[in-house]
Write a protein that binds this ligand. Structure first.
Ligand SMILES: [Zn+2]
Length: 490
């Protein structure tokens, strides 16, 4: 039996004698002279990227595994550290990026609903780096990263031109070329060579609808696959758990095509970084905000639950000066990115952080990572009234085990429920062991409750951000698109 659960480590302060010495040296310097110039930092997120769709993780497109799906990411991985057991904190864009930027689980940053705004009181990576003398620049192409949700705080330059105002509009977006133009503009026009650069880039295109251009629209299509109209994926009645296998094969080939097309643009972006001297000595991190489901546990797209296909993410870190590829099998989470960057820069955070530096020298086999998700469903009732029900998901991963729990609220609520997986033997999380392993299940349940409680307690330091507010110009654009017409009967 495992020993009693302990709460997650809540301080992100890096530990270890060598590091402490380094930090002390940095602090000593800061009293007399400006701190030494930190490394340039590049942080890249790719939308909806399943780890088993990345070559460096042994992934491929199921229909055409012989066609390389991420050759540029794989080349990058050959000179970087690949975190094999890395996870998002949730399965949707806004809460995931908020955790990436704050080092806090969702209960800590409290940006958990689709209209939420990250409060100004929560410290972000960009703010800390700006205070350390960095020029901070963000280039984004998805709606949740627009200024509306305030994840832009701390960025001196913030380009959101490629991002549609609403999620629904964004499904039809094709943004990779615009991303490259905007990134090149930042590097050519906006960059201040006197200061180290923190550059954040968010590539939207793998998000559904999957709309890869030729040749990638056909490159991954296996023999016999049946093309069909797959637009409006989340509401499309032709796309469901019992759908025809030949159509599903075609859909997956389109998703693969989007990834390959995005990978091409990542390759060009990496080349741009090299041309601008932002490579050899830079800290370059590439990850995904979450994965994507193809009915692995019954759902499509993402924000369905906290199972592996939606939360296991690729995570690559090229440390300054690193030239050789490494693999790191330790458990990692997106909340680790902020403390990792701050360690590389030589800053100890003076606020709570739920993650730990990925370079922490003491791998902790009892480390646990947390996942949280809140979803809403709207259904038409008998009198034509739209009713909402909400599902709260929580999960914890520790060692070989992962516990997933959910409870529903509102009309037609089902549950609660829970599932326990031995992920080392069952990485797809297919076999529920909750009834066969009651002691492990109960121990993880206690650990999960403690971790959520600790995350919430840290969140008490900050205000909840309130509702995202559209600008007058955004409202006008939506009005022109018919968004504020009287609602139709549901
Ligand atoms: Zn996303």
């Amino acid at each position: 039996m495992r020993r009693d659960p302990k709460p997650l480590r809540r301080s992100g302060r890096p530990r270890g004698a060598a590091l402490a010495g380094l930090l002390a040296a940095g602090l000593a310097c800061s009293r007399s002279a400006p701190p030494p110039r930190g490394p340039d930092v590049v942080l890249v997120t790719v939308e909806s990227l399943r780890t088993d769709s990345v070559g460096a993780y042994g992934g491929a497109s199921p229909g055409r595994p012989e066609v390389p799906i991420t050759p540029n990411l794989d080349a990058f991985a050959s000179g970087a550290t690949v975190y094999e057991d890395a996870h998002s904190v949730t399965s949707w864009t806004l809460a995931s990026h908020a955790s990436l930027f704050t080092g806090l689980y969702p209960s800590g940053h409290q940006t958990t609903g689709p209209l939420d705004r990250l409060d100004d009181s929560v410290p972000t990576l960009a703010e800390v780096l700006a205070a350390r003398g960095y020029q901070t620049a963000g280039v984004v192409s998805g709606p949740y990263l627009r200024r509306t949700h305030n994840l832009s705080q701390g960025f001196e330059v913030y380009d959101q031109e490629a991002a549609s105002i609403t999620s629904r509009l964004a499904h039809a977006d094709v943004t990779n070329p615009a991303m490259l133009v905007a990134l090149e503009r930042v590097l050519d026009r906006d960059r201040d060579p006197e200061r180290p650069l923190f550059l954040f880039a968010y590539f939207w295109d793998p998000h559904f609808d999957y709309l890869p251009p030729p040749p990638w629209s056909t490159a991954f299509v296996p023999p016999g696959a049946e093309p069909f109209d797959a637009r409006d994926l989340d509401a499309n009645p032709a796309i469901h758990a019992g759908m025809d296998a030949q159509r599903l094969a075609w859909l997956r080939a389109q998703y693969a095509g989007e990834i390959r097309w995005t990978d091409e643009h990542l390759g060009r972006f990496f080349e741009l970084l090299r041309q601008h001297g932002l490579w050899d000595d830079a800290l370059v991190i590439v990850t995904a905000d979450h994965g994507e489901a193809f009915f692995d546990h019954g759902g499509k797209g993402h924000k369905n639950g906290l199972y592996a296909e939606e939360v296991h993410v690729p995570l690559f870190v090229k440390y300054p000066g690193q030239g050789e590829g490494r693999r790191d099998a330790r458990l990692a989470s997106l909340v680790d990115v902020l403390p990792t960057v701050l360690e590389a820069v030589g800053v100890a955070p003076d606020f709570p952080v739920h993650g730990r530096s990925l370079r922490a020298p003491d791998p902790d086999p009892e480390r646990a990572v947390l996942f949280e998700l809140e979803t809403s469903r709207f259904t038409a009732g008998a009198a034509g009234v739209v009713r909402a029900s909400r599902t709260f998901w929580q999960a914890i991963r520790r060692g070989e085990w992962k516990l997933v729990e959910w409870r529903d609220e509102g009309p037609g609520a089902a549950g609660p429920g829970r599932r326990l997986f031995r992920v080392t033997e069952d990485p797809a999380e297919a076999v529920d062991l909750a009834d066969r392993e009651p002691q492990r299940r109960d121990a993880l349940e206690r650990a999960l409750a403690a971790a959520v409680g600790a995350a919430r307690a840290d969140g008490q330091r900050y205000r909840r951000g309130g509702e995202a507010q559209l600008s007058a110009e955004e409202i006008e654009r939506l009005r022109a698109l018919g968004y504020f017409a009287p609602a139709a009967e549901p």
